[in-house]
Design a protein around this ligand. Structure first.
Ligand SMILES: [Zn+2]
Length: 59
């Protein structure tokens, strides 16, 4: 199971977030959102700037 970065909410497979280099990861997350196009309305609304998988809720 992937972990979610507590800073940018990106889903990460290793032990470090590749985007913000944070090691603050948690398995305590819910609801996946997949961003294909960071320019779309949803991505802008939630503030995700790179394509990828993100957790909507990080506990
Ligand atoms: Zn991150």
């Amino acid at each position: 199971m992937e972990s979610a970065c507590k800073i940018c909410k990106r889903l990460v497979e290793g032990s470090e977030c590749p985007v913000c280099k944070s090691k603050e990861l948690t398995k305590n997350w819910k609801s996946i959102i997949i961003i294909f196009d960071p320019d779309c309305d949803i991505a802008r609304k939630v503030g995700f700037e790179l394509p990828g998988k993100y957790a909507l809720k990080v506990l």
